[in-house]
Structures are given as structure tokens and as C-alpha cells.
Write a protein that binds this ligand. Structure first.
Ligand SMILES: Nc1nc2c(ncn2[C@@H]2O[C@H](COP(=O)(O)OP(=O)(O)OP(=O)(O)O)[C@@H](O)[C@H]2O)c(=O)[nH]1
Ligand SMILES: [Mg+2]
Length: 194
């Protein structure tokens, strides 16, 4: 899909503040610093639509973006950020679980994983919440530019084993050199209601 129009709509944590859309929504979830916000920018071909930063923990609420007036993307705060207070970390995860369990127009989850890192407990926890709903789960491996081709292949195999899926189910991307963007869009389009 080509992004003709992309705009930031609002930031929200509580359900009362979530914007009302009657179009499908795709959410990006993953560990702090995994590359969620950068992927939104790469997917939409915008440099600064979503705020991405050198410091982990830069995304603090759920940020909603509207694309081509036909769908929305939701960027979420990353989990597992050690410097955040424990109470804050628990609250973020609770807000996120609540969103995943209740957001009505949610059709797919882009599960953002740094290709160099293994799955953590929070990943599994959210995965369990999602399994209770009929929502497509699309694992996206980011930062492939940081590894050689052969190292990438090894990591794809290892993460597929950890996720109990086939290596072909993993979308390998780099926001830096924009690889994998059309594959991610294609996977998203396959989840949209016909
Ligand atoms: N080399 C490389 N760096 C990347 C890529 N994607 C993200 N980064 C870098 O990784 C860091 C974190 O990226 P973000 O997009 O802010 O990550 P995030 O998942 O939104 O982080 P939080 O909002 O803190 O949860 C930034 O310094 C990005 O420039 C990539 O594909 N390749
Ligand atoms: Mg972010």
C-alpha cells in the first residue's frame, strides 16, 4: 500500500480517550527500543510522523495515526524498559493489555522484535491476551541491517523456534534501508476486511 496521507491523531492511555474510528486498526507492540516508531515512519515513508529516539522509553502513551483515511496505526509504549519505575512499567503493560483485549476495530498486531534479541516474558504475556481474540499476529523482525545475511538467517531460525512458527512467517525488515516494507504492507492488507 502506498501512503498518500498520514497524520497523527491523538495520544491516549485510557479507553475513554481512544479515538473512535470505523476503519480497521493495526497496532505495533514490542519491547522498548525494538523499533516500533521507526517502523511506522518507514512504512509511511515519513521521517518524523512517529517519535523515535535514542533513549529507550520515548513512546509513553498509545499514539494513533490515520493512514489514507482507510485505516489507523497505533504505536504503543515499549515494555521491559529497566529505567522506568516498576509501578510505571506495570501500568503501561496493564493499559496495553486492556487495549489489546478491548479495542473493537483492531484487526492485526505487528509484533515488533529486534532481530538480535530473544523473546521476553512480557511478549508471551501479551501473546496470551491476543490468543483470546480473533486478531492476526504478524511478527516483524527489525534492524536486520545490523547483521550479516548469514547471521540474519540464524536469528530468523532461532526466533521462529521461540515463537513456535515457521521462519517464513517472520517479516524481516530494516527501517534504516527500508527493506521489507512492501512485505509488511502486504501482510497487513491480507488482514483487512474484504
Ligand atoms: N540500524 C537500525 N536502527 C534502528 C532501526 N529501527 C529502529 N532503529 C533505532 O533504534 C532506536 C529505537 O527506535 P524506536 O523506533 O524509537 O523504538 P521504539 O520501539 O519505538 O521504542 P520505545 O518507543 O521506547 O518503545 C532508535 O535509535 C532508532 O533509530 C533499524 O531498522 N535499523
Ligand atoms: Mg516508540
Amino acid at each position: 500500500m502506498k501512503t498518500q496521507q498520514a497524520e497523527f491523531v491523538t495520544s491516549a492511555a485510557e479507553p475513554a480517550h481512544w479515538p473512535l474510528f470505523n476503519t480497521p486498526e493495526i497496532v505495533l507492540v514490542g519491547r522498548s527500543n525494538a523499533g516500533k516508531s521507526s517502523l511506522i515512519n518507514a512504512l509511511t515513508n515519513r521521517n518524523r510522523l512517529a517519535y523515535s529516539g535514542k533513549m529507550p522509553g520515548v513512546t509513553r502513551m498509545i499514539n494513533f495515526y490515520r493512514i489514507n483515511e482507510s485505516l489507523s496505526l497505533a504505536d504503543t509504549p515499549g515494555y521491559g524498559y529497566a529505567k522506568r519505575s516498576k509501578a510505571d512499567g506495570i501500568r503501561f503493560l496493564a493499559d496495553l493489555k486492556n487495549y489489546l483485549a478491548k479495542r473493537e476495530n483492531l484487526v492485526a498486531v505487528l509484533w515488533i522484535l529486534d532481530i538480535r534479541r530473544d523473546i521476553v516474558a512480557e511478549d508471551q504475556e501479551l501473546f496470551a491476551v491476543l490468543k483470546r481474540r480473533n486478531i492476526a499476529l504478524l511478527p516483524v523482525l527489525t534492524k536486520s541491517d545490523k547483521l550479516s545475511k548469514s547471521q540474519c538467517l540464524l536469528r530468523v531460525k532461532s526466533l521462529a523456534a521461540q515463537l513456535a512458527c515457521s521462519p517464513q512467517d517472520l517479516l524481516v525488515t530494516s527501517a534504516l534501508n527500508k527493506t521489507g516494507m512492501s512485505e509488511v504492507w502486504q501482510a497487513v492488507e491480507n488482514c483487512l476486511p474484504k
